[in-house]
Unconditional design. Structure first.
Length: 199
């Protein structure tokens, strides 16, 4: 049986940011492999009934900010709940992580994904900007040429395939972790994921 964890997420997701390092620690503690899979949640929302944040009811948007502050405080993580560059287009950063995963492996993709999430939510940097992405490659010791590679047709096809795999798996929100066919939605379900991995 495939024991790797499928990690579906959106690069502008604060919830993925809040869970990313804890996921990395779980992977290390349980010696599990991971497939780092940024996906297009625009496509996923279209088939799952989800709404992008600006289209959600005002009450839901307001409560989201309360919950973000609560979780950030609880976890001891720095988080700007309304960062300067948000909402932000996820395509460029998602494609870059996809390219790195393919060429450099999943450990490198996890490292870059963590840097991208932190850039958005802790450092208030524009993760849709090529200059920012080039800086993040340098900061994570990855080749600058990955940015050009992220723009080719093969990388786009991989991202589209990962998105379809997420849809087929029943994914509807970010982050989602799937292990041995069981789905865990949200960074607040990492305790349940840990229990699963401990069996």
């Amino acid at each position: 049986m495939d024991r790797a964890i499928d990690y579906y997420f959106a690069t502008p997701s604060p919830w993925a940011y809040l869970g990313h390092e804890r996921l990395a620690a779980l992977l290390a503690a349980h010696r599990r492999d991971v497939r780092v899979l940024p996906v297009d949640y625009g496509r996923i929302f279209a088939v799952s009934g989800g709404l992008p944040l600006p289209k959600r009811a005002a009450q839901r948007q307001a409560y989201r900010l309360v919950e973000l502050r609560r979780f950030a405080d609880h976890l001891g993580l720095a988080l700007n709940v309304q960062p300067r560059y948000f909402p932000v287009d996820a395509a460029a950063s998602s494609l870059l992580i996809t390219a790195v995963a393919h060429v450099d492996g999943m450990a490198a993709a996890m490292r870059l994904a963590g840097a991208v999430l932190a850039a958005c939510w802790r450092e208030e940097r524009d993760i849709a900007n090529d200059g920012t992405l080039t800086e993040l490659l340098e900061e994570t010791d990855l080749p600058a040429e990955r940015l050009a590679q992220s723009k080719d047709a093969d990388t786009l096809a991989r991202l589209e395939a990962h998105t379809q795999a997420a849809i087929d798996a029943g994914v509807f929100g970010a982050p989602t972790y799937v292990v041995e066919g069981e789905m865990f939605w949200g960074q607040d379900r990492l305790d349940f994921l840990q229990r699963k991995l401990s069996l």
